[in-house]
Design a protein around this ligand. Structure first.
Ligand SMILES: Nc1ncnc2c1ncn2[C@@H]1O[C@H](COP(=O)(O)OP(=O)(O)O)[C@@H](O)[C@H]1O
Ligand SMILES: [Mg+2]
Length: 257
């Protein structure tokens, strides 16, 4: 195991009753990589991300985050990871700053460091001006910034972002995309951030990611660098159409026979 492997997924499966949501999935993400995790609806992206972040256990296989086994060493693994879930658990009645302070405390940020950590997350996510506002009164784009801020407030080594721009308008999409680019970039002596993000938006992949892992009905169907994928002049859209089952969005994943 090299110290450079920040995400190591080995033979991971997840079954829900008869539904095989994730099927013998293996992939790695190295330190400083930004990887796009793609696949049609129902492919198993969210399920995989929930396993990476320790929210649900795999049925089979092992996951290490920043070198920590997510289930044997859950606390260390979780503190190494920042997670923006599909539906971020925001507390609509809290102020932005109050909420981030609360998250910092649950994420074990030392009391003496909390104020600085929160101020830094506010600043990095463009929230300083709205820090005293009630979350429920913010626009969707700003609420998504709060979602990102809660993911980074403890300065995790790995970021797991589940469809970070879903449901936003084009302007907000661009703002969030730029924000993610900024969060991923080396900053104030910090190295490039390791990120895995799921998305449906191909320009987003091209703008943000160096590599693509594509899953289809719970199985990995592609794992290539973006440079490789587009080297032959292929459009990403066409590459993905070739490796994705045509009716994947309309059919259930393989059941168990
Ligand atoms: N808690 C659950 N119980 C039963 N089935 C689930 C559950 N969560 C997800 N699934 C099923 O697992 C499959 C993968 O879902 P999901 O991981 O949400 O896909 P994606 O995020 O790629 O759209 C889908 O068929 C979905 O219906
Ligand atoms: Mg999903």
């Amino acid at each position: 195991m090299t110290a450079d492997r920040m995400i190591a997924v080995e033979g991971v499966s997840k079954r829900y009753g008869s539904i095989q949501a994730v099927d013998d999935l293996s992939f790695e993400v190295r330190r400083g990589e930004v990887v796009g995790f793609l696949g049609p609806n129902g492919a198993g992206k969210t399920t995989t991300m929930r396993m990476l972040t320790g929210f649900i256990p795999p049925t089979d296989g092992t996951i290490r985050m920043a070198g920590h086994d997510v289930f044997r060493d859950g606390r260390a693994a979780r503190s190494a990871v920042g997670y923006l879930p599909e539906t971020p658990p925001l507390y609509p009645e809290m102020t932005v700053r109050g909420f981030l302070g609360f998250v910092a405390s649950i994420k074990d940020v030392k009391r003496s460091d909390r104020r600085d950590s929160v101020d830094r997350a506010l600043e990095r996510c463009g929230l300083t001006e709205v820090r005293k506002r009630i979350i429920g009164q913010l626009s969707k784009g700003f609420r998504q910034r709060v979602g990102l801020a809660q993911a980074i407030v403890h300065e995790p080594q790995v970021l797991v972002l589940d469809e970070p721009t879903v449901g936003l308008d084009p302007i907000q999409i661009r703002e969030i995309r730029d924000l993610i680019l900024g969060l991923a970039a080396p900053d104030q002596g910090r190295e490039q951030q390791t990120v895995i993000l799921s998305t449906h938006i191909l320009p987003e992949v091209e703008a943000l990611c160096q590599r693509v892992v594509l899953i289809d009905r719970g199985r990995k169907s592609l794992d290539r660098s973006l440079a490789d994928l587009t080297a032959g002049g292929d459009r990403l859209e066409d590459v993905f159409a070739r490796v994705t089952s045509a009716d994947a969005a309309e059919t259930e994943p393989r059941g168990r026979v």
